[in-house]
Design a protein around this ligand. Structure first.
Ligand code: TXA
Ligand code: MG
Length: 346
């Protein structure tokens, strides 16, 4: 199926309410529509309708065994789709929702079965982006929504990224400008007594610990050989146009990697912090923020990855960032995006 994809620019949710209504009407007609959230753009469809949800998998080329997150407008709606809300989840909902946290709860099977890929649990979140909130209010539907990128590509942080990947494949795109957090929500399994982080994201482990005390981390996030509990974490993700090597070492080591790739005749692109960028020599350097402000790096991460085109570069060399706070999520994404890791100490 090909579409003439509609693009609605939203500058003000009150003034542009008719555009949001047009998008909501398409969702009610079982079409898929991309919309901004505070993390990344999502590709939404009516989560209660299997046929509508199937269009998401089709448009993205997403494997059917990778379940989707259900987006709802408010806390009461969460209760409609789960068997119960454990106390620890209640605390987290109170502390972080609306916001970049997704919780996994036991499903009561009222949502379309292809949303949960047959699992007995459901992933659910309340986005805080005003356009997403307004869309959920107007359409009065729970929306299944993965990131609105072609499967395997970096997630979209602007409507332009969605156009690059899905133009002609979906009914419409609500353009609410660039997203705030820049990488996806934290996925937290709350079906176990102690919650488990399945995907690091916008809400940090420290923030969650402050609310619920103890938090575990899926061993697959630490030991690569382990099978991840979030089905989607086992697939290739966030891959830029050209192969990416993660370089873990000092400035001289990084420069040596650049020089040897150039000596091999490769066109090299560099993804670096402003600090590293000022110390190395290369033709094509793109900066993604300061090492001292990892939130800024998160905001620019996917846009920078997407900015390298295979027509310009054969190889992308990228530095590593400190794994504290949102740095956990940044490094999780970079490890998945990379085809090679080069470590100075090895
Ligand atoms: O910030 C976000 O979370 C964005 C915006 C659009 O909301 N969405 C997003 O969705 O990143 P997606 O589909 O790209 O990633 C959802 C992740 C996948 O790793 C999936 O496997 C996991 O959540 N997931 C979904 N349902 C699950 C479940 N019942 N149990 C375990 N993991 C689940
Ligand atoms: Mg995704």
């Amino acid at each position: 199926m090909t579409y003439k994809t509609k693009l609605w620019k939203i500058e003000n949710i009150t003034k542009d309410v008719l555009q949001i209504e047009a998008a909501a009407n398409l969702l009610k007609k079982l079409e898929v529509v991309a919309f901004p959230t505070e993390t990344v753009y999502g590709l939404g469809a009516d989560a209660t309708n299997e046929q509508a949800v199937a269009k998401i998998f089709q448009a993205k080329g997403r494997p059917a065994d990778n379940p989707l997150i259900v987006h709802v407008a408010n806390k009461q709606q969460i209760e409609q789709y789960v068997t119960h809300v454990p106390d620890v989840a209640k605390k987290l909902i109170h502390a972080f929702m609306p916001g970049p946290l997704t919780i996994i709860l036991p499903s009561n099977n009222t949502i379309a079965t292809n949303v949960t890929a047959g699992l007995s649990s459901i992933a659910i979140r309340i986005p805080s982006h005003p356009v997403a909130r307004q869309l959920l209010e107007v359409c009065q539907l729970p929306l299944a929504a993965p990131s609105a990128n072609k499967s395997g590509k970096p997630s979209p942080t602007s409507a332009d990224h969605v156009v690059q990947d899905l133009n002609g494949k979906i009914a419409g795109i609500l353009d609410g400008g660039t997203t705030g957090v820049g990488l996806e929500s934290t996925v937290l399994d709350c079906t176990t007594e102690i919650p488990v982080i399945l995907r690091p994201g916008g809400i940090t482990k420290q923030q969650i610990e402050q609310v619920v005390g103890m938090v575990m981390v899926d061993p697959a996030l630490v030991v690569e050989a382990d099978q991840p509990k979030a089905p989607g974490m086992k697939y290739n993700h966030y891959q830029p146009d050209a192969p990416l090597s993660l370089i873990d070492g000092d400035v001289d080591f990084f420069q040596a990697q650049i020089d040897s790739a150039i000596a091999e005749g490769l066109k090299v692109g560099i993804m670096a912090s402003t600090e590293l960028a000022s110390l190395i020599e290369a033709d094509n350097i793109k900066t993604c923020g300061s090492r001292t402000d990892l939130k800024e790096v998160a905001v620019h991460l996917y846009d920078t990855l997407r900015a390298f085109k295979k027509s310009d570069v054969d190889l992308i060399l990228c530095e590593t960032f400190e794994q504290t706070g949102v740095g956990e999520a940044i490094m999780n994404r970079l490890h998945k995006a990379a085809t090679k890791k080069v470590n100075q100490t090895l």
